[in-house]
Design a protein around this ligand. Structure first.
Ligand SMILES: *Cc1c(COP(=O)(O)O)cnc(C)c1O
Length: 239
């Protein structure tokens, strides 16, 4: 397990690297949110970061995340800032009931069925922030929709009163080739701009992880999802 001082050091190094990257590419600091991806990491480590000022956490697995959210809620209440939870894992429609009331953001919506169920289970609460997950590389094994499916899903979600469509998310195929990374991110940005030209008001692009953060910032990311750089290597399963 990562000890506290090592974790805090990694966290501040990551936050500094992100901040220099934003500055280098002439973006506004406030235009990019750092989402700390905490899957498989302990509630102790999450709390350490929250106490250090981190406000956004991303989780992938429903049961693991609900346990953590419940355990941390009383601790988070004592903090001077509020915490937002982001669901960034694959969604099975039967899990929407648990996801909808417990998260502030869902990055991985890719079907009307899932959107409809999230909407249904968000009734009576503030609208849930939604991102549509794109797949621009036609990887069979990977989640996300293709650009031709985007306008109709975006229109559908925009019509649901308990959801607030905010933008797009992508997990590209991993490559060290920064031009290839940038090409995919640029396409996401173009698709977002197109939706906005057609009347939507979307302001979020969730793209960039530990290994492609700079390319994502260059191409307009507003949320970067960073796990390894902050926490170190992930344990192979939840502890
Ligand atoms: C695990 C995960 C991340 C974090 O990846 P790192 O390479 O550890 O920064 C980001 N986004 C999603 C969707 C993930 O599943």
């Amino acid at each position: 397990m990562t000890n506290e001082s090592e974790l805090l050091k990694r966290y501040s190094q990551t936050a500094d690297a992100l901040s220099s990257c934003i500055e280098k590419h002439q973006r506004q600091q406030s235009s990019v949110t750092l989402v700390a991806v905490s899957k498989f990491h302990t509630t102790e480590n999450i709390l350490t970061l929250a106490k250090a000022g981190q406000a956004h956490f991303g989780e992938n697995y429903v049961q693991e995340s609900l346990d953590k959210i419940e355990q941390l809620a009383p601790e988070f209440e004592k903090l001077p800032h509020s915490i937002e939870w982001h669901f960034i894992g694959h969604i099975q429609s039967k899990k929407c009931k648990q996801i909808a009331p417990n998260f502030d953001w869902v990055h991985t919506v890719e079907s009307e069925k899932v959107a409809q169920k999230l909407d249904q289970h968000r009734e009576g609460l503030t609208p849930l922030n939604i991102l549509i997950q794109l797949n621009l590389q036609n990887e069979e094994s990977k989640s996300g929709i293709t650009p031709d499916q985007l306008p109709s899903l975006a229109a559908y979600i925009s019509g649901l009163k308990n959801l607030k469509l905010r933008g797009l998310m992508i997990i590209p195929e991993s490559t060290p080739d920064t031009e290839a990374q940038r090409g995919i991110f640029r396409q996401c940005k173009m698709l977002l701009d197109e939706l906005n030209e057609n009347g939507l008001e979307l302001d979020q692009l969730s793209m960039g992880m530990t290994n492609d953060m700079e390319s994502a910032i260059l191409e307009g990311a507003t949320q970067v999802r960073i796990g390894t750089a902050i926490f170190g290597p992930r344990p192979s399963k939840a502890t």
